[in-house]
Design a protein around this ligand. Sequence first.
Ligand code: G3P
Length: 218
Amino acid sequence: MKFFIDTAEVADIRELAETGLVDGVTTNPSLIAKSGRKILDVIAEICDIVPGPISAEVAATDFDTMLAEGRKLAKLRSNVAVKVPLTPAGLKTCKALSDDGVKVNVTLCFSANQAILAAKAGAAFISPFVGRLDDIGQDGMELIADIVAIYREYPMWRTEVLAASIRHPMHVTEAARLGAHVATMPPSVLRQMYKHPLTDKGLEAFMSDWAKTGQSIL
Ligand code: G3P
């Protein structure tokens, strides 16, 4: 499973990239707004930190402007993946950009049928939003399971399932169990994944016993 970080905060990306576990980054207009930075500057900087796919989302809603924005974003760096919303114009843009060899991440997916449309439009990634489905009392992970099962039936579709709107480590566990190709998570969730009280307790005991031996490995 690939790990993407869902943020436009460069300091977090730099720190987490050093773990060697970060395969890409996803952003959206809300995250760019939160960063307080210009989209072209921040996306270029992120692309230079993490070599994997960096999702940069278009801001228009009509086909012509989305296509122009997508092409501009894609020209920034070779690892930009253009993010488009799951609308008729968004999927038309997805098809046009994908035909040009640009990676497209189709976002705001909330149903299996939407994921089927994105695959047919040549999306490199489909982003089902698990947390936002959970928020309205639906099971976000059920959607991941459905999409993974459907895509497995059609190996000619190369679209990867990117579990998005992840809110806690159990979302990552469950998405991995279901076979999602990618999980994009806020920095806090990746940091939480390391943690277990028994790891801390066990390490403390090992260190204290080791100190009693008076030995040194180096
Ligand atoms: O980037 C898309 C997605 O991960 C947003 O998550 O927490 O705003 O629903 P959230």
